[in-house]
Design a protein around this ligand. Structure first.
Ligand code: SAH
Length: 254
């Protein structure tokens, strides 16, 4: 029997952000694999086995799920947000590419989810109204010099930048360095949005500026959006501010 593997995005946290397609794929699975806190978000389904693992074990988790599917099972691997954004989908593709020929015969589906940058953006307006990019500040899988080069390139080219993985206990200084780096390209007043635990009970979204950004608390549950010279903040009485990047870019260079 041919096994099936579904790589499923759970969205940022709130079950309302789980797509009906993801819900159906979760129900259909006989075995669930994922980082333990993500698996804990999935309602228990009778007869379904659960295989939690640590966050740093992406390759091993992907290989275990593929071996299980190759035995003929319907296996699901879950990611927070979208599985293709700094998450399990690429880890699975890498294992399939390096693994036995039989893994290429598996029925593999990727089920998209709402990624953190879009969930945060929706809380605040339209920061990604014009050209944007996403950069992970984690230097676990790439050298810090490469992060710096990408920050320089993105800010100098006028992209709105979504920063994933801004801070962790093992990476305390990188965020401050990144903000300092961006200050070389962008005015101090450039709007910066911090979205923490969006879609969860402890959600918190705040708007600040590039001048204040490194003094603003951030952690592994935070996504940071750095605007461009054109990004605007609309203050509103009795309502949270709106942040948006106009659809039309006025300047040729940032
Ligand atoms: N696949 C995920 C991203 C994994 S990287 C996605 O598509 O969203 C993990 C990083 O995502 C975190 O460090 C944080 O920057 C961001 N993140 C994930 N969930 C979040 C949430 N609910 N609120 C804010 N940021 C979040």
């Amino acid at each position: 029997m041919n096994g099936r593997l579904a790589v499923i995005g759970l969205g940022p946290g709130d079950p309302r952000y789980l797509t009906p397609d993801a819900e159906a794929a979760l129900r259909d699975a006989q075995a669930l694999y994922g980082y333990a806190p993500y698996l804990n978000r999935v309602p228990v389904c009778a007869g379904q086995s659960r295989h939690p693992s640590d966050n740093r074990e992406e390759g091993a988790r992907a290989a275990a799920a593929l071996r299980h599917a190759a035995q003929g099972a319907r296996v699901a691997v879950v990611s927070g947000g979208d599985p293709g954004v700094f998450a399990m989908a690429a880890a699975l593709c890498a294992e399939i590419e390096a693994g036995p020929e039989s893994w290429r015969a598996l029925d593999v589906v990727f089920v998209p989810g709402i990624t953190a940058m879009l969930a945060v953006a929706a809380k605040i307006g339209a920061p990604f109204g014009h050209d944007f990019c996403a950069i992970s500040l984690s230097d676990n899988l790439k050298p810090w010099q490469l992060v710096e080069r990408r920050l320089d390139a993105a800010a100098s080219a006028g992209f709105v930048i979504a920063l994933y993985n801004p801070v962790s206990r093992a990476r305390p200084w990188q965020f401050g360095h990144a903000i300092e780096r961006l200050r070389a390209h962008l005015p101090a007043a450039t709007p910066v949005v911090f979205g923490r635990a969006v879609g969860r009970p402890d959600e918190h979204v705040r708007v600040t500026s590039l001048a204040e950004a490194d003094a603003t608390p951030a952690d592994m549950a935070t996504l940071v959006i750095v605007g461009t010279r054109e990004t605007r903040v609309i203050a509103r009485s009795g309502q949270t501010a709106l942040v948006y990047t106009p659809r039309a870019a006025a300047e040729v260079s940032a």
